[in-house]
Design a protein around this ligand. Structure first.
Ligand SMILES: [Zn+2]
Length: 107
C-alpha cells in the first residue's frame, strides 16, 4: 500500500493521505540529551521540513525551540506516528518517546 506523506502550509502541517494530521504548533517532550540538556526537553516545533516513513513509523524532520533553555535546532527524524493497517495513528505530543540514542547517529 502507498501512504502519501507531505508537509503543507510551509511546514505547518504533516499531511497523510491528503488529510492534515499533525500540527507544528504543539509542544513535544523529548528525552534528555538528544536536543538540549533539559530533562525532558519541552520543544515547541516551528516547522516540519520533511516527512518520511521508516518501516511503519512516520518520522519528520523539523525545527524546534526548547521552552526551558531556548535552544533552537533542527530535529531529525522525530517519530510523529505510525501506520497501522494503512491508517495513520498519531503518537501525539504527550506520548512521544524520541528513541535516538544521545551518543549515536540517527539511522
Ligand atoms: Zn532545553
Amino acid at each position: 500500500m502507498t501512504i502519501a506523506l507531505r508537509t503543507l502550509d510551509d511546514g505547518a502541517w504533516i499531511s497523510v493521505n491528503d488529510s492534515r494530521q499533525v500540527s507544528v504548533s504543539d509542544v513535544w517532550a523529548l528525552s534528555h540529551g538528544v536536543f538540549c540538556d533539559c530533562e525532558p526537553a519541552y520543544v515547541l516545533l516551528e516547522a516540519f521540513v520533511d516527512v518520511d516513513v521508516d518501516g511503519s513509523i512516520v518520522v519528520a524532520d523539523a525545527v524546534g525551540q526548547c521552552l526551558e533553555c531556548g535552544t533552537r535546532d533542527p530535529i531529525d527524524r522525530l517519530p510523529v506516528g505510525r501506520i497501522v493497517d494503512g491508517e495513520f495513528r498519531p503518537y501525539g505530543p504527550e506520548s512521544i518517546q524520541w528513541r535516538v540514542e544521545p551518543d549515536g547517529e540517527p539511522a
